[in-house]
Design a protein around this ligand. Structure first.
Ligand SMILES: [Zn+2]
Length: 717
């Protein structure tokens, strides 16, 4: 299982309102005549235009975003104050067409806060986060605007709107209502204050985590202490040490991409424990970067906001707009899988303990041993060694592989271009084409560096649309690979290769989008549907078609041997107990803490973790995939809060969708790929997700497919 964050920026931001400090239309016209501004200007140039990273300066963000807000205020005031009777065109369509300079500036701003977040950038983020939140509420709370939207929304079924227009009215109106557009003045003021404070807390949460990832490191000065570590990890650590002025030593940073391989391979148990403790304590250390007080306040504010909006809890509010609809439905699915996963994890621990006992080490398996001994079991049982597989997984080749699959399934070609500016020289840019016609642009930002968020994600620089003119999407994939020696291929793990395919699935969702209105485009779907295209895309990595062509040995260039592929296939469900338990422990925690939160209750996130894990019987050898103080999915934005379950929800859809391909003859079955493209991948949120899935599968989802996919027993009838 591969759980990645998908940063889902602008469609949700695109909510808007006029205010007292709006410029007059004349002032607007005068301002527009001023010299050009690379953050606000339309994206021009070859390939359909692109953001001017070459002209982007950190100190330009604040004035540009403020000006963008003013420009948008004028547009919103015009929509809200229109003397003509409200109709779809002068309300919903006009709103979708508004705020374009603001949208461009904020998207580049979000790209910088996730990938170029140095100290000056953090200061701008800290200052602007509450301002942007208040601007969002200013638009949502514009009474005249909401009244006009409501009039058109109420009449949507009886006026001659297309299905997509009705859908847009539904989605946008619901969004306004969910954000409190119908509340009274005092409630609105309180809501705005809550959101502003939350925006600041989210920013500080993210910065605290980054601080702990950058300030704590594991430095090794004796080569013997590297026992067990493969060469590529040693080389990368030597490079990292040299870069920090510690030549001759080995430095491991406090991020997933660095610590996970370390605790998988290091045979020095004390060093594994030290690394594991440092890594899992991110944000949980006493002092200035402790995230626990922030979490307590975030939970209180969310609970208060949910009450204001008429919901029993933040979880009820969050789920109301998802496929799952209620926390109960999400919990039921999680607990069904939880039992099977814990049972499997206990078997895995027993296997590992047996190996440790045979070694005569006298140890009891602890969390910092899990990955290490799982690796031993994998070797013993499947004669499968992760480092052996990595010899065949070159980053560049895996990238080519995902491009190739997108060509086979969706007819896409990726042509590398060198005339598009990037914000870091290690990035590459591709023009995406179908039948030699431009579909969009794809940016790849592969390597870890200071100021970049950890993990892997997709972001949308520009959203597809065609309701005014045809605008092609611009998307990116971001990951944190450790850069190897100059001129040598970067070897990655099987899990990393899977992650690349996952994020690329999100990119394909953005690139294949073919709707009219940008609010409904590509990945702007419900949160528990958005992981379907990404998780489904992971399934093409282990196919012989990919492995034989692209899993080439980094020295000999020879394709991966058939017997190794057979071993990978045989070991497919190995360690599913661990990965499912660590994920579900986090997802259940997320739901439970958002159900338990109350406006007047200060919850200690770590104590609640302990209590919850005891309650659900989490094996002591496994901790949450993201411990609370580093759980950015749920505490660095509202994004996945009471929503970490979505990966499991989407995986039930994914497993079932995968069976649709296999029933028809296999994953490269063109007719199924075409149907998938037409019913799901290209329609974005213009069709409700349950309906879209039914169009693809011919029926509702069969959740047993998930249990079969993970090799768990299917217990219910
Ligand atoms: Zn994802």
């Amino acid at each position: 299982m591969h759980r990645r964050s998908f940063l889902h920026s602008a469609a949700l931001l695109a909510l808007a309102q006029a205010a007292g400090n709006a410029m007059t239309p004349d002032a607007h016209a005068a301002a527009a005549k001023q010299e050009s501004n690379p953050l606000l200007d339309e994206w021009t140039g070859p390939h359909g235009g692109f953001p001017r990273f070459d002209l982007t300066k950190v100190d330009a963000f604040k004035p540009a975003i403020e000006r963008g807000m003013d420009l948008k205020r004028v547009e919103i005031a015009a929509i809200a104050g229109n003397s003509a009777a409200p109709d779809f065109e002068n309300t919903f369509a006009a709103l979708d067409n508004s705020g374009r300079p603001f949208g461009r500036a904020t998207r580049i701003f979000r790209i910088y806060t996730s990938t170029m977040n140095d100290k000056p950038m953090q200061a701008v983020d800290t200052e602007l986060a509450p301002v942007l939140s208040a601007f969002d509420d200013e638009i949502v709370q514009n009474e005249a605007l909401f009244a006009r939207l409501k009039t058109v929304y109420d009449a949507r079924a009886t006026t001659s709107l297309s299905p997509e227009q009705q859908r847009l009215a539904d989605v946008v109106y619901t969004n306004f209502a969910r954000k409190g557009a119908a509340l009274d003045k005092a409630q609105k003021a309180r809501l705005k204050a809550i959101n502003k404070r939350l925006a600041s807390l989210f920013t500080t949460f993210r910065q605290n985590q980054l601080a702990d990832e950058e300030s704590y490191t594991l430095v090794i000065d004796n080569e013997a202490d590297l026992a067990g570590l493969p060469d590529n990890l040693r080389d990368a650590a030597a490079g990292a040490a040299a870069a920090k002025g510690q030549k001759g030593k080995w430095l491991f940073t406090n991020t997933r991409s660095s610590m996970e391989p370390f605790i998988t391979y290091a045979s020095r148990r004390d060093l594994r424990e030290r690394g594991w403790r440092m890594w899992t304590m991110r944000g949980d250390n006493p002092g200035a970067h402790d995230n626990k007080p922030l979490i307590a306040e975030i939970l209180q504010l969310r609970a208060e906001r949910a009450k204001l909006l008429g919901f029993a809890s933040h979880a009820h509010w969050a789920l109301d707009n998802n496929m799952a609809k209620t926390p109960d439905a999400a919990m039921a699915l999680m607990m069904e899988v939880w039992k099977a996963a814990v049972a499997r994890a206990r078997e895995e621990v027993a296997d590992m303990q047996a190996i440790a006992d045979r070694e005569g080490s006298g140890i009891k398996i602890e969390p910092w041993d899990y990955r290490y001994y799982a690796q031993q079991v994998r070797r013993a049982r499947y004669e499968l060694d992760q480092t052996e597989i990595s010899q065949y997984l070159q980053l560049d080749k895996i990238r080519e592989a995902m491009f190739w699959v997108a060509g086979q399934l969706y007819g896409l070609q990726f042509v590398k271009v060198d005339d598009v500016p990037v914000y870091n020289p290690d990035m590459s840019v591709y023009e995406v084409q179908r039948d030699s016609k431009r579909v969009g642009l794809f940016y790849l930002d592969p390597y870890a560096r200071a100021g970049k968020s950890s993990g892997a994600w997709m972001s949308e620089y520009r959203t597809q649309e065609k309701f005014r003119t045809e605008i092609t999407p611009v998307v990116s994939n971001n990951s944190n690979f450790v850069k190897g020696k100059a001129g040598e291929p970067v070897l990655i793990s099987w899990d990393d290769a899977s992650t690349l395919f996952h994020e690329f699935g999100h990119a394909l969702h953005g690139l294949n989008s073919s709707v009219n209105y940008p609010t409904l485009a590509g990945p702007s779907v419900k949160r528990d549907f958005v992981e379907l295209p990404s998780m489904l895309n992971e399934h093409w990595l282990p196919t012989p078609e990919v492995l034989n062509r692209f899993a080439l040995h980094h020295k000999t260039g020879k394709p991966i041997p058939a017997e190794l592929v057979a071993k990978i296939e045989k070991a497919k469900n190995f360690n599913q107990g661990f990965s499912t338990v660590e994920y579900l422990a986090a997802a259940i925690y997320d739901m439970k803490i958002h159900l338990a939160a109350m406006p007047d209750r200060k919850i200690d996130a770590a104590a609640f973790e302990k209590q919850t894990m005891a309650e659900i019987g989490c094996p002591s050898e496994i901790v949450m995939r993201h411990r609370p103080t580093q759980f950015g999915h749920i505490f660095s934005s509202d994004g996945y809060s009471a929503g970490y379950y979505v990966y499991l929800w989407a995986d039930t859809l994914t497993a079932d969708a995968c069976e649709a391909f296999n029933e028809a003859g296999g994953l490269y079955e063109k007719s199924v790929a075409k149907r998938y493209y037409e019913t799901i991948l290209s329609v974005g949120n213009s069709v409700p997700p349950d309906k879209a899935f039914r169009h693809f599968r011919g029926r509702d989802v069969d959740t047993d497919a998930l249990m079969r996919d993970r090799g768990f027993p299917v217990t219910k009838s």
